[in-house]
Design a binder for this molecule. Structure first.
Ligand code: AMP
Ligand code: MG
Length: 396
């Protein structure tokens, strides 16, 4: 059995290279940027007004000012301001030469061609050329996961088709004789397939192409043909169930028979101990990857977040967006067995504490419905007192 941190290192070291492509901004959300974007001009590109108002010389504000020009956004001012003059100016418009201050329209009275200032100036309301970024500076680093702010930056830097990593193709296979699809009315001893759809959802949210591959029976041939089918058209396969020590858990041996090398199959983590990671090599390159996760729904949900996502992001040369932090726990916590790193679901309270939820273990997917964070309890820690810090990560 290996430690969780070792498992994570192995996962990050055994990625694939999905290649790159250019996509329009409309399709760039969630992709990993495969080029560094440098500012193509200063931001702002000229001294501009932050408000609707009047541009003038601050020294002349104590008297009436003659309005000599109106400057809309997108118009280059023609008149150089002298003492006693001002120009009406709109937000985003270029500051006229000679002006050093813009006063807000709300603080001014206009009488014909003259403006009287009745406010108290505290700031000049000018956004200065280059104050946000100078031409040539790094605007977005390669490997950034593109979110809405990055779309705005790409657009403003004139990058309508950014180079991004191609989407990884992920197949999702459930296993188990007892598993039926959600639309099926389950028999007495049957369970509806929650893992397949939960993993599908996480896959989509992680920016991969997800293919749902159905449910394999706990028969070796069924497991084998489903895996063979799945790896044909995908880079990575996520299998749930059939990885433990049961008589009908055929996944690990089938992977080996198909030429996969199992890099780990037991991790000192709870839930998720039998999590298995296997690679298939073609010459010296990894051509296919399989994560076989335990069937219990909380195990597969958390191990996807903790291991699979990290593999996806590492393959796209990007850092995970996972937020880990330390906050105080809201009540006393105890556990009997502290031999594994343990993840427990909870809620972040309004006062910023971690409140563990009532949780019956790895089959208790309903507990996750109320959770927005998970605390990691280190090996050897069997109790934590109310108010002590715990390390948590925010559930996405
Ligand atoms: P296994 O890892 O195959 O031994 O399964 C462990 C537990 O998870 C069993 O109680 C299974 O019924 C349950 N389980 C396995 N696969 C799924 C699935 N796709 N959806 C919901 N529960 C599952
Ligand atoms: Mg099973």
């Amino acid at each position: 059995m290996i430690q969780f941190s070792e498992a994570l290192d192995i996962v990050k070291a055994n990625t694939i290279n999905p290649g790159t492509e250019r996509v329009p901004l409309s399709l760039a959300l969630g992709r990993s940027l495969a080029e560094t974007i440098f500012a193509d001009r200063d931001t702002p590109p000229f001294n501009k007004s932050a408000v609707d108002g009047f541009a003038c010389k601050a020294e002349s504000l104590d008297a009436k000012l003659e309005i000599v020009e109106t400057i809309p956004a997108g118009y280059e001012p023609k008149i150089c301001l002298k003492k006693g003059e001002c120009s009406r100016i709109m937000t985003g418009a270029m500051l006229p030469i000679g002006a050093d201050t813009i006063v807000m329209v709300e603080d001014c009275t206009v009488d014909g061609n003259y403006m009287y200032y009745k406010g108290v100036t505290t700031r000049d309301n000018i956004c200065r050329m280059g104050e946000d970024m100078a031409e040539g500076d790094v605007a977005i680093a390669s490997g950034t996961l593109i979110g809405a702010p990055h779309i705005a930056i790409l657009a403003s830097m004139g990058v309508p088709n950014p180079l991004v990593y191609k989407k990884i193709k992920m197949g999702i296979l459930s296993t188990g004789d007892e598993i039926v699809e959600p639309q099926v009315s389950p028999g007495k001893v049957q369970i509806r397939n929650s893992n397949g759809w939960q993993i599908y959802a996480q896959a989509i949210a992680s920016g991969v192409y997800a293919s749902y591959l159905g449910i394999a029976k706990d028969i070796k041939e069924s497991v084998k043909s489903s895996i063979l089918d799945g790896i044909k058209s995908n880079d990575i396969l996520i299998i749930t169930g059939g990885v433990s020590m049961g008589d009908f858990d055929y996944v690990p041996e089938t992977l080996e028979e198909l030429g996969f090398k199992i890099l780990f199959n037991k991790v000192a983590v709870q839930p998720g101990k039998p999590s298995t990671f296997a690679i298939l090599k073609e010459k010296d390159n990894i051509s296919k990857v399989v994560f076989a996760l335990p069937g219990n729904p909380v195990s597969s949900l958390l191990q996807f977040q903790l291991l699979v996502k990290e593999w996806i992001y590492s393959s796209m040369e990007s850092k995970s967006k996972a937020i880990w932090t330390k906050i105080p726990i809201s009540l006393d916590f105890k556990r009997k067995n502290s031999s594994r790193l343990s993840f427990i679901p909870g809620k972040i309270t309004e006062s910023g504490e971690f409140e563990p939820l009532s949780y019956n273990g790895s089959a208790h997917i309903l507990a996750m419905g109320d959770a927005n964070a998970v605390a990691s309890i280190p090996i050897g820690t069997s109790q934590i007192q109310k108010g002590e810090n715990v390390t948590i990560f925010i559930l996405e």
